[in-house]
Design a protein around this ligand. Structure first.
Ligand code: SF4
Ligand code: SF4
Length: 470
């Protein structure tokens, strides 16, 4: 694990990292993302949404009917490639963002970061800020310690349980599932999912925290491949910070900038604030490290110190290696253009694919046992299974006819039309009979034509098949 380098405050050996709270631009942004993410995650399953079929829940992943409901969009099992497209989009977006601005995802948007932040907020609310927490850790077990630690773990459990239960609510009708869950009537999968996620959340967010980023998450390992000398990352400016004589505390004759410059001392007053606020316990002044999740909190800490002295901000800032060395950053290069184009391409593909979703879907399978039957009137009969799915939210009526097969009739049990309810699918057994001529081929390609008679479907659906004769 990354050792806590807060030796300035005498806690070098501390195994648990107790970051100090800090105020500033990046802390505010992180808090805003946290509030937005929690609001969306915890509220979404409770938003009602009226639709002709399915439960009235805006976002619900219904495994029983194999349909995902996302507000007005219904994702059917056949649309699962959208998931693949979405994953591809997430991957290229991540590459694009990392190439431009390093591990911004880790620092601000990753679940692990968000949940660890919330767990830490609970901890400091109950136990106090950094110094108080360190003192509490060191003191022997007494009533105060038992109460504070116990309360912390209790509320961690509450948050972990809420996280697990909320996740489960996405997979069933939330109001009913909550009642079933607490009365012991929910499916066992609901309990396994909730408690499984509760335990993993408690361990990852409360106990392991930064160790997940350092030792479990693979992304931290391959980020160095995606970051280059032009990526913007939180960077300490060593020229400014160290001067020619190194950093020094603002003692007697080193209090003002002028005095420091005269003695060749840099602007870093070696206060250790950047280290104390760091959630992974590293010292940014040692250069870029794989453990850094690039949350920007050290920037906030250093800016606060610079402000207090009336000096320019930016001793630690978002900067690229080239920016620091040559004063120029090339944001847009072949690689970033490639990631950007792939991102735009996958967004466009997803939008096009969703807007072009067919309102009716069908498939045909020939029954091959037997391949054909000779009727008493001499005609040949083939049988087929046809599956038709009305994906619209309106009832629909269809007529089934044949194209490309002369002297043939379709028999659906004497019913020429059939009806489908909104978002309903039906499997029909169809018979096709054909009067054969001596010149007819033994194997004929033809089409089933499904023509809409009423409902929201306007275009006919054509399904290819073949007719087999002796
Ligand atoms: S070094 Fe700075 S940016 Fe990196 S994790 Fe620590 S506080 Fe965040
Ligand atoms: S916060 Fe700034 S001034 Fe203080 S030790 Fe870190 S880099 Fe130096």
């Amino acid at each position: 694990m990354s050792e806590c380098k807060s030796c300035q405050s005498g806690v070098a050996e501390a195994v648990v990292i107790h970051p100090r709270s800090v105020k500033g631009l990046f802390r505010s942004f992180k808090s805003a993302v946290l509030v937005a993410a929690y609001t969306v995650y915890f509220i979404l399953p409770w938003i009602p949404w009226s639709r002709p079929v399915g439960d009235p829940q805006a976002v619900m992943f219904d495994l029983v009917s194999k349909k995902f409901y996302i507000f007005g969009l219904v994702v059917h099992a056949q649309d699962i490639f959208w998931l693949a497209a979405l994953l591809f989009l997430a991957a290229v977006l991540l590459f694009f963002a990392t190439a431009l601005a390093g591990r911004v995802f880790c620092g601000y948007f990753c679940f692990q970061t968000l949940w660890t932040d919330a767990f830490r907020w609970i901890e400091s609310f109950i136990q106090g800020d950094r110094i108080k927490r360190i003192r509490l850790d060191k003191q022997p077990w007494n009533t105060e310690k038992i109460l504070k630690k116990g309360c912390t773990h209790f509320f961690w459990m509450v948050l972990a349980f809420s996280t697990g239960l909320t996740f489960t609510l996405y997979w069933a009708y939330a109001p009913q599932l909550v009642v079933d869950f607490f009365t012991g009537n929910a499916a066992s999968a609901a309990y396994y999912t909730t408690f499984g996620l509760m335990i993993t959340t408690y361990i990852a967010g409360g106990l392991m925290r930064e160790k997940v980023c350092q030792h479990v998450c693979p992304y931290a390992r391959f980020q160095s491949v995606m970051i280059d000398k032009d990526s913007l990352v939180p960077t300490y400016d060593p020229k400014r910070g160290e001067g020619t004589a190194g950093r020094a505390k603002p003692i007697k004759l080193l209090k003002t900038l002028e005095q420091r410059q005269e003695q060749g001392v840099g602007d870093c007053v070696d206060c250790g604030m950047c280290v104390q606020v760091c959630p992974v316990g590293i010292d940014i002044r040692d250069g870029m490290q794989y453990a850094c999740i690039q949350c920007g909190l050290c920037i906030d800490a250093c800016d606060t110190i610079m402000d207090s002295k009336g000096w320019d901000r930016g001793l630690i800032r978002y900067e690229s290696e080239n920016g620091l060395e040559k004063g120029k950053t090339h944001f847009f290069k072949l690689r970033t253009y490639g990631y950007g184009l792939a991102t735009i391409g996958s967004v466009l593909f997803l939008l096009w694919s969703m807007s072009a979703q067919r309102p009716v879907d069908g498939s045909v399978r020939q029954i091959r046992s037997p391949l054909y039957v000779r009727m008493s009137d001499g005609r040949i009969q083939n049988r087929y299974f046809i599956k038709v799915e009305n994906k619209t939210m309106q009832p629909a009526r269809f007529e089934l006819t044949l194209a490309g097969l002369d002297n043939a009739e379709v028999d659906m049990g004497k019913i020429p039309d059939f009806d489908l309810k909104p978002d309903e699918s039906q499997r029909l057994m169809i018979k096709v009979r054909k009067a054969m001529k001596s010149t007819d081929p033994k194997n004929v390609e033809f089409q089933f034509v499904l023509t809409p008679k009423s409902g929201a479907v306007k275009e006919p659906l054509i399904m290819n098949s073949q007719f087999i004769a002796p």
